[in-house]
Design a protein around this ligand. Structure first.
Ligand code: FPP
Length: 260
């Protein structure tokens, strides 16, 4: 259990893994008469705050959707501003994350990214590889369908090589070929910006995740917003296909969160 300094809300259950779609940067900027990339810059502050809070509270994994496979279709200037921002953010934040024991990982089709960014990503992963704290997964050029397609292709190759037969394939085989294979599945999904959809994020991994949507635009996502999402999570009874009575009997469920 941890107590939030800001609101003194007590949570009895914390998600091990939180996955976030950080939506609303463009609208945040437009509302202020600024170009859209200014919203992405402002979004980096919310990223920093969220990473710090998750690390402080002992969340094990935080996965952030920074750039989707579909985002390539945005105006060239915005795409290029985002790629530069990722490079800048890695340069400016890496040492502080390393000092705080955070382990950085990237998922997505990195072959589609420019060399400079790819180098930063590989170097960040190597620098923080042995850190014991929060695992920060950044999804760049990532799509859930792409992830499942990659996994399927690898399994097909194993079948062709005679390592596996088609009849032997189970969902566990697919899980082990996905980008997040070695990590626990997300317990809590958060999407800011008011839209209520998954937008090709972790399609396979979100099967039993609790989904939380809020209207706040990503640059405004702060401790209060995160606490509200955590409180929502604490109030869910996670059943994984069982009945509520079965869960109560076996105590496999998350205990109901209590707000004092
Ligand atoms: C979606 O908002 C946001 C993005 C496509 C980019 C998210 C990137 C960051 C927050 C930058 C920093 C990230 C890291 C990990 C360093 P939108 O542009 O779709 O907003 P809109 O819906 O208001 O147009």
């Amino acid at each position: 259990m941890f107590t939030s300094k800001r609101t003194d809300i007590k949570f009895t259950v914390l998600p091990k893994h939180i996955a976030i779609i950080m939506d609303g940067n463009g609208r945040w900027a437009r509302k202020r008469g600024l170009p859209r990339p200014a919203g992405h810059h402002a979004g980096v502050k919310a990223v920093r705050a969220t990473v710090e809070l998750c690390a402080k509270h002992g969340v094990e994994v935080l996965t952030l959707f920074a750039f989707s496979s579909e985002n390539w279709q945005r105006p060239v200037t915005e795409v290029s501003a985002l790629m530069n921002l990722f490079v800048q953010a890695l340069d400016s934040e890496l040492e502080s994350m390393h000092r705080n024991g955070i382990r950085v990982r990237f998922i997505g089709d990195r072959s589609s990214l420019n060399d400079e960014l790819q180098k930063r990503m590989t170097a960040s992963e190597a620098r923080t590889a042995n850190n014991p704290g929060l695992i920060l997964v950044i999804a760049v050029a990532y799509g859930g369908r792409w992830d499942i397609t990659q996994a399927t292709r690898r399994l097909a190759q194993q079948c062709v090589a005679g390592i596996l037969t088609a009849a032997e394939i189970t969902d566990a085989h697919i899980s082990t070929q996905l980008e997040l294979a070695a990590l626990p599945e997300p317990d809590l999904f958060i999407r800011t910006g008011g839209e209520q959809r998954i937008s090709n994020f972790l399609l396979w991994n979100l099967a039993y995740t609790e989904l939380y949507f809020c209207d706040v635009l990503w640059p405004q996502f702060d401790e209060k917003q995160l606490n509200t999402a955590l409180q929502f999570f604490g109030e869910r009874q996670r059943r994984f296909g069982l009945t509520g009575e079965q869960i109560a009997a076996t105590k496999l469920h998350n205990v109901k969160g209590e707000a004092s």
